[in-house]
Design a protein around this ligand. Structure first.
Ligand code: AMP
Ligand code: MG
Length: 418
């Protein structure tokens, strides 16, 4: 096997699907961070380290979903049935107030969220009734069960309502609140070390020299890490020197996960792989047939004790962001105790034709728009994988399979949402 000029034996490039599988299989072997008890809102974005269970039946009583009249469906089967109103039941009515039993020919005025009284089996919406004194005329028949949610039909007391490993979202928060959980056990954010490499980089609070650029990758990665439930730790920028890289990579390997940006291409000063190799790293892949992001590297290294996974992400800002989403997220999810998530693919009609070179799976920065009936997607104008300005105009990538040279306008294409 030939050696690259950096001294690491090149391994064959994997397809996108193969590389993703490697990452997912590796992720499945990882232990997650320790759980901690957090007040509910502090857990948003983290993974639940416990099951949430219903503390009582949901709903605890047969609940009206409408404002109207509780009836016996059989009473209102005929046209313009007339019933006698014997009670009013509002949401939050005390047991005494709602302890009504409807007999044949009777009805009770009822509000959304109120308990449907014994004897009744349906609710007629107020819009389909007319009332004169105690007499209610029902203008439309209802099926038994209509506009009533049966007791315990959403969840029985004790049932698991949110599984362990679920990311806490607004929907999870709603359930936790409903079952009375002001505190929940969630996995702490995995610590993710972020190491940008490159002699040309200066930090964002310094003025760049004429041939220097600001380090944007450490910040975009930190934002992605945080959004994915990790705790970013930005390390100082490493110059393209083996000794400095080794020192900072060593530091980064003390975190739960290390992300390195830059220095993984074929250039003379792309030293990340040889330095990792000199630290005893194991490489699971050193390139994937995708664009942007082809030189992406994945592996693990143990300085002492258990190995720490690392990614070498190509330094071009769009490549860095794409490869994070494609490959880093499953590892971060596993460390964070979250169940594996599929990539958010969708389909949309192409607004204008796309021409691509074959051989690589392409992720082209694009904008999804259109309407509910016809979602449409079009490329944003971009200058290639360095064009972070273009990416900020995009909200998804059009995914072009490696065997497609030409996508035609109107064709349904796969998009990867941000
Ligand atoms: P590399 O992967 O090191 O060959 O870098 C590829 C391109 O990405 C070069 O044009 C770099 O200047 C640029 N680049 C590398 N690292 C960063 C960074 N941290 N922030 C912004 N641009 C970067
Ligand atoms: Mg570089």
């Amino acid at each position: 096997m030939t050696q690259t000029q950096t001294g690491v034996a090149p391994s064959p490039l994997l397809s996108f699907a193969e590389a993703r599988r490697v990452v997912e299989e590796y992720a499945a072997t990882l232990a997650s961070t320790a759980p901690e008890l957090l007040s509910l809102l502090d857990g948003v974005g983290l993974a639940l380290a416990e099951e949430l269970r219903a503390d009582r039946d949901f709903p605890p009583f047969p609940r009206s979903t409408r404002d109207g009249y509780a009836v016996r469906a059989a009473d209102v089967a005929g046209p313009r049935a007339r019933l006698r109103c014997v009670a009013e039941i509002k949401a939050g009515a005390s047991p005494a107030e709602s302890a009504v039993t409807l007999d044949a020919g009777e009805t009770a005025e009822i509000m959304t969220g109120a308990p449907v009284p014994a004897g009744a089996d349906a609710v007629v919406m107020v819009e389909y009734t007319a009332r004169h004194g105690d007499v209610v005329t029902v203008e439309r028949a209802v099926r038994a069960g209509e506009n009533v949610v049966a007791a315990a039909s959403e969840a029985r007391a004790g049932a698991v309502v949110v599984a362990r490993g679920t990311r806490i979202t607004h929907a999870t928060v709603a359930v936790a609140a409903a079952v009375g959980r002001a505190e929940v056990a969630a996995h702490r954010r995995p610590r993710v070390a972020i190491l940008a490499t490159g002699d040309e980089l200066v930090d964002i609070n310094l003025p760049p020299g004429p041939s220097e650029i600001r380090n944007s990758n450490s910040y975009s990665l930190a934002a992605q890490v945080y959004a994915a439930g990790g705790e970013p730790m930005i390390l100082p920028v490493a110059a393209d020197r083996a000794d400095e890289l080794a020192l900072l990579i060593g530091k980064g390997l003390t975190a739960d996960l290390l992300l390195i940006s830059g220095g993984v291409s074929m250039g003379k000063y792309d030293l990340v792989e040889p330095v990792l190799a000199s630290l005893g790293a194991r490489f699971l892949f050193t390139g994937v047939r995708i664009q942007p992001g082809k030189p992406v590297v994945f592996g693990d290294a143990a300085l002492r004790g258990k190995p720490t996974p690392f990614f070498g992400l190509p330094g071009n800002p769009v490549s860095t962001m794409v490869t994070f989403q494609l490959f880093v997220v499953p590892v971060l999810d596993a460390l964070a105790g979250a169940r594996p998530q599929p990539l958010p693919f969708a389909r949309a009609a192409l607004k204008a034709p796309v021409v691509a070179k074959t051989g690589l799976t392409r992720f082209l920065p694009s904008r999804l728009g259109g309407t509910q009936e016809q979602p449409e997607v079009e490329l944003v104008h971009w200058q290639g994988s360095g064009d972070l300005m273009a990416l900020s105009q995009a909200n998804c990538y059009i995914v072009v399979p490696p065997d497609r040279e030409q996508l035609t306008a109107g064709e349904a294409v796969t998009v990867l949402l941000f």
